[in-house]
Design a protein around this ligand. Structure first.
Ligand code: MN
Length: 519
């Protein structure tokens, strides 16, 4: 059965198939705990607080802020996040150990997430405890945590590899000991949707408590498994921003909440329009780059290349977009390629600062096709080369970057850029902690001195795996002259690429001011 047209939701189909599907779920965000356990990632206290503030604005129900037993710094960060009273409940992780639980409670949290492993392999080789000892420890720890006046969220670690009747017995014991909610973790990412759905249903049925699912992406099934848990009646989803986390990561917050909302009609309380910004924040603080073709928040999630698709989305975006990019705070992007049409050529060149009308666009496209017939592969790079080599095709950019020269001096990079600004040669100076930031600051210096203040709202640079072969790509969003503008730059040197992207954006503002050519 096709989805309901316009709403795209599978609506009544899912309601008929999954009678336990809740109306809404609570988002339990573990970016600051499991997400921070990503290999190589470690956040400073201020950075954790910044992420927590963003999560609160996003609308998550629970922030798992950390594991206070790990270190003093971690304890302080959790305490600070609790103290701020941001809105969401704050949770901390604790083993079935009184000292761990005390450390968590003393950090001022609302929830303590108590866990113990219940799989044969974990009990024997990690805990070195018998199943009976594990059961006792779980019950005793839940009782203890409850006695300290917090809400208790209890997990059987490695639940999906645990013997089922023992697993359910431990969950029941925890429930009777006073746990407020239970979590079913697929700790090593081996579940399949059918299993998660069934497990969530069984744990809920056995205990009557709200159930959470915690899925890992070792087989690329974290999102599907999380949603299957919801189909089985789970009302809490453990997720991380950008899906960061141990090994292949956790279920991605963006994917889970958008799929639940759009496809299932299940609300999560998340302000979807903030997803892109939170994704960028977490990526920049953790250094975990988001894969370009990642669902919802990837660079290419709303990019269109082929002529048929571009023509389609220009006429009606629903033709090739399941959701509007604005819904999740993204922008549509048109990319030139082998099958591009005139609209794509005009749009892409505009972002590089070239203003042209459809007639000029057609002329450029003809040249492009002649080249393509000789076997050249149409890329953004080829298109730019073409218009730069033949000034008769398109008039030049109002702001053209000529050169960037930078020096690294200890921890700082400084240098200058030379630009043609409406035909005049001007130099700007800048400094920063990287070549990219120094270069942006130098172009911004020229622009603010000569034309007025410019604010860089966003900047992303993609450096390909083989930078000698393919150029680096930069995209910047600027606020200049009262407009918000997207500029793009391509160059083998990433610092040059960002300078050109700033130039591309400023050129658009200048073309608008002078009236451009009216196109
Ligand atoms: Mn985990």
């Amino acid at each position: 059965m096709p989805p309901e047209v316009g709403t795209v939701s599978w609506g009544s189909v899912v309601r008929d198939a999954f009678r336990l599907l809740p109306e809404r779920v609570q988002v339990f965000d573990t970016t600051l705990r499991d997400g921070e356990q990503t290999p190589g990632v470690s956040l400073r206290k201020e950075e954790k607080v910044e992420v927590a503030r963003a999560l609160a604005e996003l609308g998550v129900a629970v922030i798992e802020a950390g594991y206070p037993a790990v270190s003093r710094g971690e304890h302080e960060a959790v305490r600070e996040i609790s103290r701020l009273g941001l809105g969401p409940k704050v949770c901390a992780l604790a083993r079935c150990d009184r000292r761990d639980i005390d450390r968590a409670v003393d950090a001022g949290v609302d929830w303590v997430h108590v866990f113990i492993a219940t799989s044969e392999i974990h009990m024997r080789h990690k805990l070195r405890m018998t199943p009976e000892q594990v059961y006792e420890a779980a019950v005793e720890s839940v009782e203890y945590a409850k006695s300290r006046g917090v809400e208790v969220h209890f997990s059987c670690e490695d639940a999906t590899r645990s013997e089922r009747s023992f697993l359910l017995r431990v969950y029941k014991g925890a429930a009777e000991a006073g746990a407020d909610s239970l979590d079913v973790p697929d700790t090593v990412g081996v579940a399949i949707p059918l299993v998660m759905r069934e497990l969530a249903r069984q744990v809920r049925e056995a205990t009557g408590l709200p159930v959470a699912v915690h899925c890992h992406d070792d087989m690329g099934l974290a999102t599907a498994n999380t949603i299957a848990g919801v189909e089985g009646g789970a009302e809490i989803v453990h997720v991380t921003v950008n899906g960061i986390g141990e090994r292949a990561g956790n279920a991605s917050l963006e994917e889970v909440v958008v799929a639940l909302k759009v496809l299932y009609g299940v609300d999560s309380g998340i302000d979807l329009s903030k997803l892109a910004a939170v994704s960028r924040l977490v990526s920049s603080l953790t250094g975990m780059v988001v894969q370009r073709n990642k669902a919802v928040v990837g660079d290419h999630a709303f990019s269109h290349e082929s002529g048929i698709h571009v023509h389609g989305v220009i006429n009606n975006p629903l033709t090739y977009e399941p959701i509007a990019p604005e819904l999740v705070g993204k922008r549509r992007r048109i990319v030139v390629g082998k099958h591009s049409g005139t609209h794509a050529v005009v749009e892409v060149l505009r972002q590089h600062g070239f203003e042209l009308d459809l007639e000029e666009g057609k002329r450029v496209l003809e040249r492009v096709k002649e080249l393509a017939d000789t076997g050249a592969r149409l890329t953004e790079q080829l298109l730019l080369g073409l218009v730069r080599d033949d000034p008769s095709l398109v008039s030049s950019q109002p702001l053209e970057v000529i050169s960037v020269s930078l020096r690294a001096d200890g921890r700082e990079v400084s240098g200058e850029v030379e630009v043609f600004l409406r035909g005049e040669r001007v130099t700007g100076f800048g400094r920063g902690r990287s070549p990219v930031s120094a270069s942006i600051s130098a172009v911004a210096n020229v622009v603010s001195r000569v034309l007025g203040p410019v604010e860089v709202v966003e900047c992303s640079v993609y450096v390909p795996p083989n930078p000698d072969r393919c150029p680096a790509e930069a995209e910047v969003v600027l606020r200049f002259n009262g407009s918000t503008l997207v500029g793009r730059g391509l160059a083998h040197d990433p610092a040059m690429a960002v300078a050109m992207a700033v130039g591309g954006a400023v050129s658009q503002a200048l073309s608008m001011r002078t009236g451009g050519d009216g196109s």
